[in-house]
Write a protein that binds this ligand. Sequence first.
Ligand SMILES: [Zn+2]
Length: 52
Amino acid sequence: MAKDFMQDGKWIENPRAVKILVCECGNKYIKTRERQKTCLECIAKKLREPAR
Ligand SMILES: [Zn+2]
């Protein structure tokens, strides 16, 4: 018999190491900077058009 080491079809490894957050635009992103509040797409947008 085969044994299942996965739960809900996902491997669970270092859940504390990576924080996945949801941006205001709805995209999910991984927090890589302390002050990061948006996904990389929104960061790039803000850099291109700072005042809209
Ligand atoms: Zn975003």
